[in-house]
Write a protein that binds this ligand. Sequence first.
Ligand SMILES: NC(=O)c1ccc[n+]([C@@H]2O[C@H](COP(=O)([O-])OP(=O)(O)OC[C@H]3O[C@@H](n4cnc5c(N)ncnc54)[C@H](OP(=O)(O)O)[C@@H]3O)[C@@H](O)[C@H]2O)c1
Length: 251
Amino acid sequence: MEKKLQDKVIVITGTTSGIGAGMAKLFAKHGARVIGSGRREEKGQAVVEEIRREGGEAHFVRTDVLEQDQLKHLIDTAVELYGRIDILVNNAAYEPTKVFAENTYEDYRKVIDTNLGSYIMASIYALEHMRKAGSGKILNINSVTAEQVVPGVGMYAIAKAGITNLTKIIALEYAKEGIRCNEINPGLILAGAFEDPKVVEWAHDAIVNGTPVGRLGTIEEIASAALYLLSDEADFVNGTSFYIDGGRRLI
Ligand SMILES: NC(=O)c1ccc[n+]([C@@H]2O[C@H](COP(=O)([O-])OP(=O)(O)OC[C@H]3O[C@@H](n4cnc5c(N)ncnc54)[C@H](OP(=O)(O)O)[C@@H]3O)[C@@H](O)[C@H]2O)c1
């Protein structure tokens, strides 16, 4: 098998479950040195152990992305361990359900700071090292809600819309320095909330009728697109929003 990320040092936020765990495993199979993170230490370590059992290289750094010292420490750990950070994947997210006007100040801060603030600050911390090295890639795991607003998750969608401009500004300002930035916008994926069969039942109409392809996407479908965007094959791809949503944004 051709290894598309051989020896690349990759930091991912939120590898304790779902899409983040799936990307960590796939990237490690492709030769990456993965530094995963999240708050649930046991789950994060279990992913690391699975990767190591398969012969891959991975570490887990317990990180709450809302804590700046922890987020910076996560990025700096890559540099301490390997002398560089080649790739940052921003993926950690928090998606509470609440109609817009019911959000408190605390709700607003938590949703925006987790979903957008952590992407902004992790990128700033990583760019410091990438710019010194003269190369790097940042991939933001965004959402179809960046474009398609859904009632009940408005605050999350506001944060996700911000990620699109974050992606564009990094792509624009740092391309000449050898740094690329792209985003993936998943639709409804069998991960996170959709791992609960009750949520799948509740969202039946959105899955079958609200998604032209008529099914949930898979973690593997997102991870393989991420692999492409981070590989050398995608070196001319910059500032792109890659919607993997079964056409959901068109409805
Ligand atoms: N599943 C979908 O249908 C779907 C659709 C569109 C977009 N997405 C996007 O895909 C990405 C991954 O989501 P998922 O579906 O895989 O959900 P998930 O399984 O719930 O994963 C979310 C990850 O974020 C981490 N996280 C949340 N808050 C954190 C915090 N304060 N500090 C550190 N880590 C934190 C969680 O780790 P800990 O709990 O251990 O901290 C977990 O690893 C997100 O950006 C999400 O918006 C998913």
